[in-house]
Write a protein that binds this ligand. Structure first.
Ligand SMILES: Cc1cc2nc3c(=O)[nH]c(=O)nc-3n(C[C@H](O)[C@H](O)[C@H](O)COP(=O)(O)O)c2cc1C
Length: 203
């Protein structure tokens, strides 16, 4: 069984989502003998934004620029890594009400028509439904239903939409909320997220 672990926080060792995603991976490693883990750190090794040349190559135009050729190969590797994973653990902090741009660049590489979704007469159809995806979310404030900021929640709702679009139905979120409200809140949010990790179903 293969697990793809992805982090996208820019805060390194101070990151909450990194601590929670690492705990999720550790829990799954302990409960799944022989788990093959692949790690991608989207801030240590960022993916570039989409370019016209990259999209042209995807349409069959052979790139002559070596930099574009490398980017095309990287795109394929990132997509293959995702497609071959049985489980994906994603560290996703909230920056300016949504995902970090590094994570968006990764999503731009994995939402590929004909690979992870297709359009049919019945509308869009997800092709990547054979995976379990667990997202470790960390937010500075509170965005639950009824809160003042609820309308600004574009992190969990966005990821819900993205993974739903490509057919993932086994989608779980573990959240640490209110980590910027104060140190006490941060500790409480982290402890509660780590507690939720211990309750995760084994693979
Ligand atoms: C650049 C930046 C933007 C942020 N924007 C928001 C925001 O819009 N809403 C929020 O609740 N918290 C925001 N925060 C706080 C983070 O969500 C919080 O610190 C969280 O722990 C980040 O996850 P991380 O610790 O894994 O990096 C922001 C933090 C940073 C560094």
């Amino acid at each position: 069984m293969k697990l793809l672990h992805i982090d996208s926080s820019v805060l390194g060792p101070h990151s909450v989502s990194r601590q929670v995603s690492a705990a999720i991976v550790e829990r799954l490693r302990q409960t799944t003998p022989g788990l093959d883990i692949v790690y991608r750190d989207l801030t240590a090794t960022p993916l570039s934004h989409l370019s016209g040349s990259l999209l042209a190559a995807a349409q069959g135009v052979t790139p002559t620029d070596p930099a574009v050729q490398r980017d095309v190969a990287l795109s394929q590797a990132v997509l293959d890594e995702f497609l071959s994973a049985d489980m994906v653990v994603l560290g996703a902090p909230m920056y300016n009400f949504t995902i970090p741009s590094q994570l968006k660049a990764w999503i731009d590489r994995i939402l590929v028509a004909g690979k992870t979704f297709r359009y049919s007469a019945q509308g869009p159809e997800g092709l990547a439904g054979n995976k379990r995806v667990i997202v470790a979310i960390s937010r500075g404030g509170f965005y639950g239903p009824g809160t003042q900021a609820a309308a600004l929640e574009h992190l969990e709702s966005y990821l819900h939409g993205v993974f739903g679009f490509i057919g993932v139905t086994k989608l779980e979120f573990i959240s640490a909320d209110g980590v910027r409200v104060g140190p006490e809140h941060r500790e409480k949010a982290l402890a509660s997220a780590l507690q939720a990790v211990t309750k995760l179903e084994a693979a």
